[in-house]
Design a protein around this ligand. Structure first.
Ligand code: HEM
Length: 407
C-alpha cells in the first residue's frame, strides 16, 4: 500500500489542529495548544502525512507495546537516503539487533555507579559558580546554571578540562540543528561543520584512551567489552557525539524551564528550600511540567488501530510527550506545578527499548542545579520579557535573566 493511498483509506481529515510546529511559536507557552490537540484530535494525521498521538495511554502503547521501530519497512530512517541511513549508527536511530548490541556495550560504561562517581568533581564547580551569583544578586539562568552544570558533567565524562566547556557546548549546540533538517534548513552546513569538528576532537580522545586506559565514561566505553565484542572507532565516535547531542541541550532545557516554573510558582521554590528531601520529586515534576523534548517517534511495522482509526504500517507516528504529561486521565489537576506530586511516571524520557539512557545523569544534574539554587536563594524572579529561546528542535531557552534574593 502506498503512503498516499493509506492516508485516504483511514477516512481521517489531515490538519494541524492548532499545533503547526513549522509556523507557530510553540516555545514560550505551548500547553494550551497541545491541550486543544489532545482534546480535539488525540489521533491526529498532519498535512505532512505523519501521525501524532497525545494521550498518555496511547503513547505508552506506542512506545512499549506496538510493533514499531526507528526505521521503516525498507530499513530507511524517515526522510533520509539509503546512504545516510547506512551511515547512521547512533543507537536512537537503530533497531534490534544492532540497537541492542550497541546499547548493551555503552550501558556497561554508562552505569549509575560510574555517573555517581563523577558527582564529587562537578559539585565544587557548581558551588563556585553559584556563590558568585549570591554576591551579584542577578544571573542568567542559562549560562550561569542550566548550561554550566551539564557542561561540567560533560567535561568529567570525557575527562577533559572544565575550560573546554564553552567550545564543546557551542559545538554540541550547533550540531543539534542536524536533528531538525526540515525545520532549520539554513543551519545545516554549520551543523555539519560542528559535527566534523566534534568528531576530530573525540577521535583524538578515543585514541588517547586506547594508548592509556582511563576510568572516565569515555575510557570505560572504549574498553567496554562483551563476549569478545567491542565498539569499533566509528561506533565509538557516533555514540559519544550522540550522547553529547542527546544530553546537553535537553538538560539545559530541563534546568532552565524548571527554574522558570519555580519563578512562576515562588511558593514551590520556598517549599524546596524548606524541605530539601523533596528534591527527587521536584526534578520529576519539572520533567513532567515542562518537558524539553516535546515528542519522540516510531515507524509502525504493522497497522495499529486506536479509537476505530487504523494507522497503516510504515506510517511515522509521533508520541506527543508534552501533551501526555498533562493528560487529566492520569495526572490530577495537571496544570498545577506541585513538587510533592507522587503520581504516575511522566513520559519525558520516552519508553520501551529506546527509553532515555541518560535519565540518571539528567536527574543528577537537575538535582544539583535545583538544590544549589534552593539552598542559596529565597526567591528567583525571571524577567519574562527578556527570555530568549535557542534555535533548537527542542524547547531550550537561550537566555533567562533573573533577579535572585539570597536567603
Ligand atoms: C532532561 C534531559 C533529557 C531528556 C528530556 C531526554 C529525553 C530523551 C527522549 C525523549 C529519548 C527518546 C526515547 C524514546 O523514543 O523512547 C531519549 C533517548 C536517549 N537519550 Fe535522552 N534525554 C535527556 C538527557 C539525556 C542525557 C543527559 C543523555 C546522555 C548523556 C541522554 C542520552 C540518550 C540516549 C543515548 C538515548 C537513546 C537510547 C536508545 O536509543 O536506546 N539523554 N532521551
Amino acid at each position: 500500500m502506498s503512503r498516499e493511498n493509506a492516508v485516504h483509506s483511514t477516512g481521517v481529515t489531515p490538519g494541524w489542529y492548532g499545533v503547526d510546529p513549522e509556523t507557530m511559536d510553540l516555545k514560550a507557552d505551548p500547553h494550551e495548544r497541545y491541550r486543544g490537540l489532545r482534546e480535539s484530535q488525540p489521533v491526529n494525521l498532519t498535512p505532512n502525512n505523519e501521525w501524532r498521538l497525545s494521550r498518555y495511554a496511547d503513547i505508552q502503547h506506542l512506545l512499549k507495546h506496538s510493533h514499531s521501530g526507528m526505521r521503516d519497512l525498507d530499513g530507511l530512517i524517515p526522510g533520509e537516503t539509503r546512504e545516510e541511513t547506512d551511515a547512521s549508527r547512533f543507537m536512537l536511530r537503530m533497531d534490534p539487533p544492532d540497537h541492542d548490541r550497541i546499547r548493551r556495550l555503552v550501558s556497561k560504561a554508562f552505569t549509575p555507579r560510574a555517573l555517581d562517581a563523577i558527582r564529587p568533581s562537578i559539585q565544587p564547580l557548581v558551588d563556585q559558580e553559584l556563590d558568585k551569583a549570591v554576591t551579584r544578586g542577578e544571573m542568567d539562568l542559562v549560562s550561569d546554571l542550566a548550561l554550566m552544570v551539564p557542561a561540567a558533567s560533560m567535561c568529567a565524562m570525557l575527562g577533559v578540562p572544565f575550560e573546554d566547556r564553552d567550545r564543546l557546548s557551542r559545538l554540541v549546540s550547533v550540531a543539534t540543528y542536524r536533528l531538525a533538517k526540515r525545520a532549520l534548513p539554513d543551519l545545516q552546513e554549520e551543523a555539519e561543520a560542528a559535527i566534523f569538528e566534534l568528531a576530530e576532537y573525540m577521535f583524538a580522545l578515543i585514541e588517547q584512551r586506547r594508548q592509556q586506559p582511563s576510568d572516565d565514561i569515555l575510557g570505560l566505553m572504549v574498553s567496554a567489552e562483551e563476549a569478545g565484542d567491542r565498539l569499533d572507532t566509528e561506533e565509538l565516535l557516533q555514540q559519544s557525539i550522540g550522547l553529547l547531542i542527546a544530553g546537553l541541550e535537553t538538560t539545559i532545557g530541563l534546568i532552565a524551564n524548571g527554574m522558570i516554573a519555580f519563578s512562576r510558582n515562588p511558593e514551590e521554590f520556598r517549599r524546596l528550600g524548606r524541605s530539601p528531601d523533596l528534591i527527587d520529586s521536584a526534578v520529576e515534576e519539572c520533567l513532567r511540567f515542562e518537558p524539553s523534548v516535546p515528542m519522540t517517534l516510531r515507524v509502525l511495522w504493522e497497522d495499529m488501530t486506536i479509537d476505530g482509526i487504523t494507522i497503516p504500517a510504515n506510517a511515522t507516528v509521533f508520541g506527543v510527550l508534552i501533551g501526555a504529561n498533562r493528560d487529566p486521565a492520569v495526572f490530577s489537576d495537571p496544570d498545577r506545578f506541585d513538587i510533592g506530586r507522587a503520581e504516575a511516571r511522566h513520559c519525558s524520557f520516552g519508553g520501551g527499548i529506546h527509553f532515555c539512557l541518560g535519565s540518571h545523569l539528567a536527574r543528577m544534574n537537575a538535582a544539583m542545579a535545583f538544590e544549589g539554587m534552593a539552598k542559596r536563594f529565597d526567591s528567583v524572579s525571571v524577567d519574562e520579557s527578556a527570555i530568549e529561546w535557542a534555535p533548537s528542535l527542542f524547547r531550550i531557552p537561550g537566555k533567562v535573566p533573573a533577579r535572585v534574593v539570597p536567603r
